[in-house]
Design a protein around this ligand. Sequence first.
Ligand SMILES: [Zn+2]
Ligand SMILES: [Zn+2]
Ligand SMILES: [Zn+2]
Ligand SMILES: [Zn+2]
Ligand SMILES: [Zn+2]
Ligand SMILES: [Zn+2]
Length: 195
Amino acid sequence: MDIIMEKERQTVRHFSHRHALQPCQVKEEDLIFCSCCEVEITVPAYECTKPKCGFHLHQLCFELPKQVRLESHPRHPLTLLPSSPYQNGEFFCNGCGDFGSGFTYHCSVCQFDLHVGCASCPESLKLEQHQHPLMLNTVFPSKKENCAIFLCGLCNRSVEENCWIYYCQACDYGTHLDCAIREEDQEDNPEEIVF
Ligand SMILES: [Zn+2]
Ligand SMILES: [Zn+2]
Ligand SMILES: [Zn+2]
Ligand SMILES: [Zn+2]
Ligand SMILES: [Zn+2]
Ligand SMILES: [Zn+2]
């Protein structure tokens, strides 16, 4: 925080960008998206010193480690790349099953990619909609014999087979990553009902 308070212009460098960056305070109406995680910036962040460049980073994204080892991909370390390693400029996130065009945690051996947000998903979470805690399952549960697809317990749409899910083994109940995380966010301000 003290970086922001200093009046004189301080610039920093980040491995992902060829220009110097400076701290910026984003106003609510600005609608600026982080070049790393592609999420809107509403908190202190860094911007490129070149006004036309449009490169922004959350402070947290600025501090992401360049290399991580995740339990979900135990064989190889994942390297943070500032853009997609593939020709079309996008990558398929093996966590949530969506495409991404920001930074990726990438394994070149397996052609495995994760959004930076998906790389830091909680190992387990509790939803109002299910009585047991759900575990982050990076191995797809085997399908029931007469059921060709696995349906998300929250949105009822099918879950791609090479993606992670939040899963309760006892009930064979699972959800998309983003569905579960969206639900959990909404529970930040629960209306307590007391009988
Ligand atoms: Zn970000
Ligand atoms: Zn720039
Ligand atoms: Zn993802
Ligand atoms: Zn790998
Ligand atoms: Zn869903
Ligand atoms: Zn359950």
